[in-house]
Design a protein around this ligand. Sequence first.
Ligand code: FAD
Length: 365
Amino acid sequence: MRRDVIVIGGGIAGISAAARLAAGASVTLLETESRIGSHSSGRSAAIFVQNYGGATVTEVNAAARAFFDDPAEITDLPLLAPRGEMLVARAEDLAAMEDYLRHAREVEELTTEQALALCPILRPKAAQRASIERGAQTIDCDLLLHGFAKLLRRLGGQIETDAPAQAIAHENGLWRVTTPKGEFSAPVLVNAAGAWADPVAEMAGVAALGLTPYRRNAAILPAPSGTVVDDWPMVVNAAERWYLKPEAGKLMFSPCDAIATTPHDAWSDDMELAEGLDRFDRDVTYAVTRVERYWAGLRTFAPDLVPVVGFDRQARGFFWLAGQGGIGIQTAPALAALTAALILGHAPALPEATVRALSPGRFNG
Ligand SMILES: Cc1cc2nc3c(=O)[nH]c(=O)nc-3n(C[C@H](O)[C@H](O)[C@H](O)COP(=O)(O)OP(=O)(O)OC[C@H]3O[C@@H](n4cnc5c(N)ncnc54)[C@H](O)[C@@H]3O)c2cc1C
């Protein structure tokens, strides 16, 4: 089947970009699994933190926030709910805290007492210094993903699940992608394959960029007995030793692990979870006796930790949308808009310096 654009990857990156592209091009999205959002996009902490991700990413976050605040194009329901993100530091984490606060916008410092009032299980020594981004929000990830999928279909785009790209060739200006559901061809190929972005590039004969997937564990813990946690902010140790986030009356917990690995269907590692719970135990008065559910996902980073969005300089029509690491949900609306602008030939809404900083040309230009 001949299209204008083929998108590989049915996570939030691919689905949102395909939806934006469908406004001006015929688009087919190919996904290996039988449903969209099966990998990283279905396993996140679902938080929007304006200050997370460094200078380039905070520009992207700000642009994405405008969409999240007014998502009428994809849903009548709100995508965000107030949560707040509180950063806490032990004595040995003060340098990490200082570093974060130096670049942070709209963050308020808190006393130890104020921090403990917001999250009463914290030990005072765990919050020697504390700050809060009150504007941090919980994201409804399902609504975001399926809202963009609906927009894509409404605009005539096609989502093919159970359709792994098994071979990719470039002939006569067209990318030809072979899948169990047949062959698809287009002059533009968007590589939004998450942890598999480098292998997909190599399958297409394009040089890999050195993207590395890092596994991160997460778990659901019962709320401390007799405690209502719904109004707590997300609480993050400034040196990323652990975080917790209220989740439907319980606590989502992560040991903030980042183990370099290869692309795979990530599964939880008991030892990493246990070590993280041990670090958590030093900082809280809550004794965790039960883990209700646990999982793991991959956060895939470029060597400089900045997402890669733009046409490959060496391979005509090959577009990278990868390396979103730990901010792929919150940045998706802005990176999708940038993808569509660069492919359809519109002026990007993001500042020029940000577009340059995201470009794959920084590696292979
Ligand atoms: C524990 C955890 C917590 C996180 N918390 C947050 C958070 O709070 N906020 C935030 O913004 N981000 C968070 N993230 C990061 C976020 O989840 C990712 O950045 C984002 O989901 C990446 O989306 P993606 O579409 O690039 O990748 P994915 O969702 O992994 O999608 C890639 C898709 O490509 C498909 N694919 C691969 N190869 C092929 C092929 N050959 N043919 C067809 N399809 C293929 C895969 O099957 C997969 O579905 C978190 C991640 C983890 C693991």
